[in-house]
Design a protein around this ligand. Structure first.
Ligand SMILES: C[S@@+](CC[C@H](N)C(=O)[O-])C[C@H]1O[C@@H](n2cnc3c(N)ncnc32)[C@H](O)[C@@H]1O
Length: 278
Protein backbone atom coordinates (compact mmCIF):
# COMPACT_ATOMS: atom_id res chain seq x y z
CA UNK A 1 0.00 0.00 0.00
CA UNK A 2 1.25 3.50 -0.88
CA UNK A 3 1.15 6.16 1.85
CA UNK A 4 1.34 9.22 -0.36
CA UNK A 5 0.78 10.43 -3.93
CA UNK A 6 -2.14 9.69 -6.25
CA UNK A 7 -4.28 6.63 -5.47
CA UNK A 8 -2.84 3.33 -6.69
CA UNK A 9 -4.24 -0.19 -7.00
CA UNK A 10 -4.02 -1.91 -3.58
CA UNK A 11 -4.63 1.28 -1.57
CA UNK A 12 -7.22 1.14 1.18
CA UNK A 13 -9.46 4.14 0.67
CA UNK A 14 -12.07 5.65 2.93
CA UNK A 15 -15.07 7.11 1.07
CA UNK A 16 -17.22 9.57 3.00
CA UNK A 17 -20.74 10.44 1.83
CA UNK A 18 -22.52 13.77 2.46
CA UNK A 19 -23.97 12.36 5.73
CA UNK A 20 -20.37 11.62 6.88
CA UNK A 21 -20.90 7.87 6.64
CA UNK A 22 -17.75 5.94 5.79
CA UNK A 23 -17.15 3.13 3.35
CA UNK A 24 -13.73 1.53 3.05
CA UNK A 25 -12.56 -0.10 -0.19
CA UNK A 26 -9.33 -1.75 -1.39
CA UNK A 27 -8.69 -0.38 -4.88
CA UNK A 28 -8.75 -3.05 -7.59
CA UNK A 29 -8.60 -2.14 -11.29
CA UNK A 30 -11.93 -2.85 -12.99
CA UNK A 31 -13.79 -3.46 -9.69
CA UNK A 32 -16.99 -1.71 -8.59
CA UNK A 33 -18.28 -0.97 -5.09
CA UNK A 34 -22.04 -1.43 -4.96
CA UNK A 35 -23.89 0.91 -2.60
CA UNK A 36 -27.58 1.82 -2.29
CA UNK A 37 -26.58 5.11 -3.96
CA UNK A 38 -25.33 3.20 -7.01
CA UNK A 39 -22.01 1.63 -7.96
CA UNK A 40 -18.65 3.37 -7.56
CA UNK A 41 -16.00 2.36 -10.09
CA UNK A 42 -12.55 1.86 -8.55
CA UNK A 43 -11.07 3.06 -11.85
CA UNK A 44 -12.67 6.48 -11.16
CA UNK A 45 -10.51 6.74 -8.01
CA UNK A 46 -7.21 5.20 -9.18
CA UNK A 47 -4.85 7.95 -10.34
CA UNK A 48 -6.70 10.76 -8.53
CA UNK A 49 -5.16 12.81 -5.71
CA UNK A 50 -6.23 12.18 -2.13
CA UNK A 51 -9.01 14.55 -1.12
CA UNK A 52 -10.74 14.12 -4.50
CA UNK A 53 -14.45 13.50 -4.97
CA UNK A 54 -15.87 10.49 -6.82
CA UNK A 55 -19.49 10.18 -7.94
CA UNK A 56 -21.58 7.00 -7.69
CA UNK A 57 -23.72 5.88 -10.64
CA UNK A 58 -26.74 7.62 -9.02
CA UNK A 59 -24.88 10.91 -8.53
CA UNK A 60 -23.91 10.81 -4.80
CA UNK A 61 -20.55 12.39 -4.12
CA UNK A 62 -17.96 10.64 -1.96
CA UNK A 63 -14.82 12.26 -0.59
CA UNK A 64 -11.79 9.95 -0.94
CA UNK A 65 -8.83 9.68 1.42
CA UNK A 66 -6.41 6.87 2.15
CA UNK A 67 -7.14 4.93 5.32
CA UNK A 68 -4.80 6.28 8.00
CA UNK A 69 -3.27 3.96 10.56
CA UNK A 70 -5.63 5.34 13.18
CA UNK A 71 -8.64 4.50 10.96
CA UNK A 72 -7.30 1.00 10.47
CA UNK A 73 -6.75 0.41 14.20
CA UNK A 74 -10.21 1.61 15.17
CA UNK A 75 -12.02 -0.41 12.49
CA UNK A 76 -10.00 -3.64 12.25
CA UNK A 77 -11.23 -7.00 13.58
CA UNK A 78 -9.94 -7.73 17.07
CA UNK A 79 -9.55 -10.67 19.40
CA UNK A 80 -8.30 -8.63 22.35
CA UNK A 81 -8.87 -5.01 23.37
CA UNK A 82 -6.48 -2.67 21.57
CA UNK A 83 -4.31 0.12 22.93
CA UNK A 84 -6.05 3.31 21.79
CA UNK A 85 -4.22 5.92 19.73
CA UNK A 86 -3.92 8.44 22.58
CA UNK A 87 -1.98 5.85 24.61
CA UNK A 88 0.11 4.46 21.72
CA UNK A 89 1.18 8.04 21.05
CA UNK A 90 2.40 8.32 24.64
CA UNK A 91 4.23 5.00 24.36
CA UNK A 92 6.01 6.07 21.17
CA UNK A 93 7.25 9.34 22.65
CA UNK A 94 7.75 8.59 26.35
CA UNK A 95 9.03 5.12 25.51
CA UNK A 96 11.47 6.79 23.10
CA UNK A 97 10.83 4.33 20.29
CA UNK A 98 13.56 5.44 17.92
CA UNK A 99 14.32 4.56 14.30
CA UNK A 100 16.44 1.42 14.36
CA UNK A 101 15.39 0.37 17.90
CA UNK A 102 15.00 -3.28 18.89
CA UNK A 103 11.67 -3.48 20.67
CA UNK A 104 10.03 -6.38 22.49
CA UNK A 105 6.28 -6.25 23.13
CA UNK A 106 3.70 -8.62 24.67
CA UNK A 107 0.91 -9.50 24.28
CA UNK A 108 0.53 -8.80 20.63
CA UNK A 109 -3.27 -8.98 21.10
CA UNK A 110 -4.86 -7.54 17.97
CA UNK A 111 -1.65 -5.97 16.66
CA UNK A 112 -2.62 -2.33 17.20
CA UNK A 113 0.48 -1.34 19.14
CA UNK A 114 2.64 -3.55 16.89
CA UNK A 115 1.75 -1.33 13.92
CA UNK A 116 2.79 1.87 15.68
CA UNK A 117 6.03 0.27 16.88
CA UNK A 118 6.82 -1.09 13.42
CA UNK A 119 6.34 2.29 11.78
CA UNK A 120 8.45 4.02 14.43
CA UNK A 121 11.47 1.67 14.35
CA UNK A 122 11.41 1.29 10.53
CA UNK A 123 13.24 -1.37 8.51
CA UNK A 124 16.54 -0.71 10.34
CA UNK A 125 14.94 -1.73 13.65
CA UNK A 126 13.13 -4.84 14.82
CA UNK A 127 9.91 -5.55 16.69
CA UNK A 128 9.37 -8.88 18.49
CA UNK A 129 5.68 -9.36 19.35
CA UNK A 130 4.96 -12.27 21.70
CA UNK A 131 1.45 -13.60 22.19
CA UNK A 132 0.40 -16.59 24.29
CA UNK A 133 -2.89 -17.26 22.45
CA UNK A 134 -2.72 -18.52 18.89
CA UNK A 135 -6.15 -17.07 18.02
CA UNK A 136 -5.00 -13.61 19.15
CA UNK A 137 -1.73 -13.94 17.26
CA UNK A 138 -3.74 -14.75 14.11
CA UNK A 139 -5.61 -11.45 14.53
CA UNK A 140 -2.38 -9.53 15.08
CA UNK A 141 -0.72 -11.03 12.00
CA UNK A 142 -3.78 -10.51 9.79
CA UNK A 143 -4.23 -6.90 10.93
CA UNK A 144 -0.57 -5.95 10.55
CA UNK A 145 -0.30 -7.63 7.14
CA UNK A 146 -3.51 -5.95 6.01
CA UNK A 147 -2.18 -2.55 7.05
CA UNK A 148 1.31 -2.89 5.52
CA UNK A 149 0.10 -4.93 2.52
CA UNK A 150 2.59 -7.67 3.50
CA UNK A 151 4.46 -8.82 6.61
CA UNK A 152 7.18 -6.25 7.43
CA UNK A 153 10.57 -7.94 7.27
CA UNK A 154 11.55 -6.25 10.54
CA UNK A 155 8.70 -7.92 12.46
CA UNK A 156 8.82 -11.22 14.38
CA UNK A 157 5.34 -12.18 15.63
CA UNK A 158 5.82 -15.18 17.92
CA UNK A 159 3.54 -17.57 19.76
CA UNK A 160 4.91 -17.92 23.28
CA UNK A 161 4.88 -16.95 26.93
CA UNK A 162 6.65 -13.69 27.66
CA UNK A 163 7.95 -15.18 30.92
CA UNK A 164 10.01 -17.75 29.03
CA UNK A 165 11.89 -15.37 26.74
CA UNK A 166 15.68 -15.15 27.02
CA UNK A 167 18.06 -12.70 25.32
CA UNK A 168 19.23 -15.58 23.08
CA UNK A 169 15.68 -15.86 21.65
CA UNK A 170 16.01 -12.24 20.53
CA UNK A 171 19.57 -12.36 19.24
CA UNK A 172 20.69 -10.28 22.23
CA UNK A 173 19.16 -7.78 24.61
CA UNK A 174 16.61 -5.21 23.40
CA UNK A 175 16.39 -1.42 23.69
CA UNK A 176 12.76 -1.18 24.74
CA UNK A 177 10.16 -3.48 26.31
CA UNK A 178 6.44 -2.69 26.20
CA UNK A 179 3.90 -4.87 28.01
CA UNK A 180 0.14 -4.87 27.68
CA UNK A 181 -1.12 -7.84 29.66
CA UNK A 182 -3.04 -8.47 32.84
CA UNK A 183 -0.20 -9.19 35.28
CA UNK A 184 2.96 -7.35 34.20
CA UNK A 185 4.42 -7.52 37.71
CA UNK A 186 4.73 -11.31 37.27
CA UNK A 187 7.16 -10.76 34.38
CA UNK A 188 9.51 -8.07 35.63
CA UNK A 189 12.40 -10.54 36.05
CA UNK A 190 12.18 -11.26 32.32
CA UNK A 191 12.13 -7.53 31.59
CA UNK A 192 15.24 -7.14 33.76
CA UNK A 193 17.03 -9.95 31.89
CA UNK A 194 16.28 -8.83 28.33
CA UNK A 195 16.60 -5.04 28.61
CA UNK A 196 19.91 -3.28 27.98
CA UNK A 197 21.24 -0.80 30.60
CA UNK A 198 19.43 2.48 30.00
CA UNK A 199 16.64 0.66 28.14
CA UNK A 200 13.10 1.92 28.64
CA UNK A 201 10.28 -0.25 29.95
CA UNK A 202 6.64 0.77 29.71
CA UNK A 203 3.46 -1.05 30.60
CA UNK A 204 -0.20 -0.32 30.16
CA UNK A 205 -2.48 -1.35 33.03
CA UNK A 206 -6.17 -0.69 33.38
CA UNK A 207 -6.78 -0.76 37.13
CA UNK A 208 -5.34 0.73 40.32
CA UNK A 209 -4.42 -2.65 41.91
CA UNK A 210 -2.49 -3.57 38.73
CA UNK A 211 -0.75 -0.22 38.84
CA UNK A 212 0.24 -0.61 42.50
CA UNK A 213 1.54 -4.16 42.10
CA UNK A 214 3.59 -3.19 39.07
CA UNK A 215 5.17 -0.17 40.79
CA UNK A 216 5.95 -2.24 43.89
CA UNK A 217 7.59 -5.01 41.88
CA UNK A 218 9.74 -2.54 39.94
CA UNK A 219 10.99 -1.01 43.21
CA UNK A 220 11.56 -4.42 44.78
CA UNK A 221 13.87 -5.64 42.00
CA UNK A 222 16.31 -2.78 42.67
CA UNK A 223 17.58 -2.64 39.09
CA UNK A 224 15.28 0.02 37.69
CA UNK A 225 14.92 3.76 38.20
CA UNK A 226 12.07 5.03 40.39
CA UNK A 227 9.01 4.33 38.20
CA UNK A 228 6.63 7.01 36.96
CA UNK A 229 2.91 6.50 36.43
CA UNK A 230 0.33 8.61 34.64
CA UNK A 231 -2.79 8.56 32.55
CA UNK A 232 -3.87 10.78 29.69
CA UNK A 233 -7.34 12.22 29.30
CA UNK A 234 -8.47 13.23 25.85
CA UNK A 235 -11.47 15.50 25.49
CA UNK A 236 -12.72 16.46 22.04
CA UNK A 237 -14.22 19.92 21.46
CA UNK A 238 -17.10 21.00 19.32
CA UNK A 239 -16.12 24.32 17.73
CA UNK A 240 -19.16 26.01 16.18
CA UNK A 241 -19.61 29.71 16.94
CA UNK A 242 -21.45 30.33 20.21
CA UNK A 243 -21.94 26.57 20.66
CA UNK A 244 -18.18 26.08 21.14
CA UNK A 245 -17.65 23.79 24.13
CA UNK A 246 -16.14 20.41 25.13
CA UNK A 247 -17.99 17.38 23.76
CA UNK A 248 -20.45 15.92 26.28
CA UNK A 249 -19.03 12.41 25.97
CA UNK A 250 -15.47 11.20 26.38
CA UNK A 251 -13.59 7.96 27.00
CA UNK A 252 -12.66 9.03 30.48
CA UNK A 253 -10.43 6.07 31.30
CA UNK A 254 -8.45 3.66 29.17
CA UNK A 255 -5.42 2.73 31.29
CA UNK A 256 -2.45 3.93 33.30
CA UNK A 257 1.03 3.95 31.87
CA UNK A 258 4.05 2.95 33.94
CA UNK A 259 7.56 3.91 32.88
CA UNK A 260 11.03 3.06 34.15
CA UNK A 261 14.61 2.56 32.89
CA UNK A 262 17.02 -0.32 33.44
CA UNK A 263 20.05 0.50 35.56
CA UNK A 264 23.53 -0.82 34.76
CA UNK A 265 24.23 -4.26 36.25
CA UNK A 266 25.32 -4.11 39.89
CA UNK A 267 23.93 -0.60 40.47
CA UNK A 268 21.16 -0.15 43.01
CA UNK A 269 18.76 2.76 42.63
CA UNK A 270 19.84 5.84 44.59
CA UNK A 271 17.33 6.47 47.42
CA UNK A 272 14.89 9.18 46.30
CA UNK A 273 15.30 12.26 48.52
CA UNK A 274 12.06 13.82 49.62
CA UNK A 275 11.77 17.23 51.25
CA UNK A 276 11.13 17.06 55.00
CA UNK A 277 7.62 18.13 55.93
CA UNK A 278 7.37 21.38 57.83
C1 LIG B 1 -4.99 -6.39 25.85
S1 LIG B 1 -4.25 -7.57 24.82
C2 LIG B 1 -2.95 -6.68 24.00
C3 LIG B 1 -3.47 -5.76 22.93
C4 LIG B 1 -2.38 -5.16 22.06
N1 LIG B 1 -1.46 -4.37 22.84
C5 LIG B 1 -2.97 -4.30 20.95
O1 LIG B 1 -2.79 -3.07 20.98
O2 LIG B 1 -3.65 -4.85 20.06
C6 LIG B 1 -3.35 -8.55 25.96
C7 LIG B 1 -2.79 -9.82 25.33
O3 LIG B 1 -1.76 -10.35 26.15
C8 LIG B 1 -1.74 -11.75 25.93
N2 LIG B 1 -0.95 -12.38 27.02
C9 LIG B 1 -1.33 -12.57 28.29
N3 LIG B 1 -0.34 -13.16 28.99
C10 LIG B 1 0.71 -13.34 28.13
C11 LIG B 1 2.01 -13.91 28.25
N4 LIG B 1 2.44 -14.42 29.41
N5 LIG B 1 2.82 -13.90 27.17
C12 LIG B 1 2.39 -13.40 25.98
N6 LIG B 1 1.14 -12.87 25.81
C13 LIG B 1 0.32 -12.83 26.87
C14 LIG B 1 -3.23 -12.10 25.91
O4 LIG B 1 -3.49 -13.34 25.31
C15 LIG B 1 -3.81 -10.91 25.14
O5 LIG B 1 -3.93 -11.22 23.77
Amino acid sequence: MAYTGPFQPGDKVQLTDPKRRHLTVRLTPGAKEHTHKGAIAHDDIIGKDEGSVVESALGTEYLCFRHLMVDHVLSMPRGAAVIYPKDSAQILVEGDIFMGARVLEAGAGSGALSMSLLRAVGPEGHVFSYEIRDDHLDYAVANVEDYFGERPQWWSPRLGDFGEITPEDLGGKVDRVILDMVEPWEFMETVRDVLIPGGVFMTYVATVPQLMKTMEKIRELQCFTEPRAWETLLREWKVEGLATRPEHRMNAHTAFLVWTRRLADGVTPPRPQRRARR
